[in-house]
Ligand binder design. Structure first.
Ligand code: PMT
Length: 405
């Protein structure tokens, strides 16, 4: 359950902060990708270097010192889970009351991932009605609370308030992840989702091609998310990436091969997502063998490739959700809207590929989802997995409005 999961580990300023180091190590050992976020108070109890050395990424503490201008939304959206251990009375109060005073509280407000909070403080504080009310408010909103244990506290006092044992926190994290997965797990079971990924390559001669910069990362993230939700997934792909568990890969190279694969697969699919960057032009003829420099400058005549997505839109079964992508460098919404309408799509995912960190090859993307019913959803710069989650949430909603097969 923990393997490959992105876990933000929030550490606040209590004596139990030193135990967050052990928690971090245990999560990393179990295969999680741990991103530590410390408050100013936490830094008085444990060194940045210690957590940075054990975690998967260096410690982050501030809203202001990253190249990324909005780290809280990036971290909040891309996390599979957020755990705060230890959580002080101040953190509980800020979180319960929606206060965004530092990076950690901003992340907590900017996430839809499951949150596990592990309070630790002196008994009198833990039993104070204000703290009890904040804990109750958080629990009523679905935050997982790992109650503190009874035992020796700082200064030699004995009582309830000691941070729960690391094993209990890891167990709560695993259970919260399992519950989160279960809530979307079956959403697409019984459906067939077809996703195209990568850039087509159109041959000029035996060795040269016209290509584009698509890495296939966004398409593979979509396929993985659909498979996680229980769909049977077929990836029509021009790239060799590890295939997501539960998906079958159909390897293609040219626009013509992609067209053939989709012509076969799409008519019976419940969802078709064209994330691939299909060449718009290809050489009219492919030179046999390798064109030789000595024979002079070749004249390459281009012709249009078939618009695969437009063809799918024209023949779309009424039960199907058809999704296109739009890679734009200007007039994002206007251009994407005309593709949405012209190609008879249910949804188009528009990315401005001229913006830093967006689109081709990056690990990240920023998109605007434009639905056929006129609704729009903006997703700021975040990793492609998080984009895939939002796209798939929207696909599931549209699928529910379609007549059943
Ligand atoms: O692969 P990555 O490196 O992760 O990058 C992701 C991405 C930038 C490739 C992806 O986010 C994206 O934008 N994919 C669509 C790229 C594209 O071809 O956009 P377009 O605006 O030119 O085409 C619009 C739609 O028509 C697309 O769904 C495309 O697949 C489809 N199309 C285009 C031309 C054509 N001949 N046939 C098509 O089906």
């Amino acid at each position: 359950m923990l393997v490959g999961k992105r876990i933000v580990l929030g550490v606040t300023g209590g004596i139990a902060a030193y135990k967050a180091v052990e928690l971090c190590r245990r999560l990393v050992d179990a295969g999680a990708h741990v991103i530590p976020v410390m408050t100013e108070g936490a830094e008085r109890f444990v060194g940045r270097a210690t957590l940075s050395a054990l975690a998967s990424e260096p410690v982050q503490t501030s809203l202001w010192d990253e190249v990324d201008p909005i780290p809280h939304t990036r971290l909040g959206r891309s996390a599979d889970l957020i755990v705060v251990a230890p959580a002080t009375a101040r953190l509980l109060s800020a979180y319960a009351n929606g206060l965004s005073t530092d990076l950690l509280t901003n992340i907590l407000l900017a996430t839809r991932a499951p949150v596990v909070v592990c309070p630790a403080m002196h008994t009198e504080m833990w039993e104070h009605p204000a703290v009890r009310a904040n804990v109750a408010a958080l629990a009523s909103r679905g935050v997982h609370i790992v109650e503190p244990e009874s035992g020796r506290l700082a200064g030699g006092d004995i009582g309830t308030g000691r941070l729960a044992a690391t094993e209990s926190i890891v167990a709560a994290i695993t259970a919260a992840l399992a519950a989160g997965a279960a809530s979307t797990a079956g959403e697409l079971s019984g459906t067939h989702v077809v996703v195209s990924a990568g850039g087509t390559r159109e041959p000029i001669d035996a060795v040269r091609v016209i290509a584009n910069r698509s890495s296939g990362k966004q398409g593979y993230a979509l396929a993985a998310e659909a498979a996680l939700r229980g769909a049977r997934v077929t990836l029509v792909s021009t790239v060799e990436l590890p295939s997501p568990a539960g998906s079958e890969v159909r390897a293609v190279e040219t626009a013509a091969e992609m067209l053939d694969a989709l012509a076969e697969l799409a008519p019976k699919a419940d969802v078709v997502i064209m994330a691939a960057a299909v060449a718009d032009f290809r050489p009219t003829t492919v030179a046999p063998g390798k064109l030789k420099k000595a024979t002079g400058m070749p004249e390459i005549v281009l012709e249009r490739t078939p618009d695969i997505l437009a063809g799918l839109g024209a023949n779309k079964p009424p039960t199907q959700v058809l999704v296109g992508f739009a890679a734009e460098t200007s007039d994002l919404v206007a251009n994407a809207t005309s593709k949405l309408q012209a190609k008879n799509l249910d949804l188009i995912v528009a990315n401005d590929v001229s913006a830093p960190g967006v689109g081709f090859q990056h690990e990240t993307n920023a998109v605007t989802l434009l639905c056929a019913d006129g609704s729009t959803i903006g997703v700021g710069l975040t990793d492609k997995k998080a984009v895939a989650k939002v796209v798939m949430d929207t696909v599931v909603k549209i699928l529910m409005t379609k007549p059943r097969q």
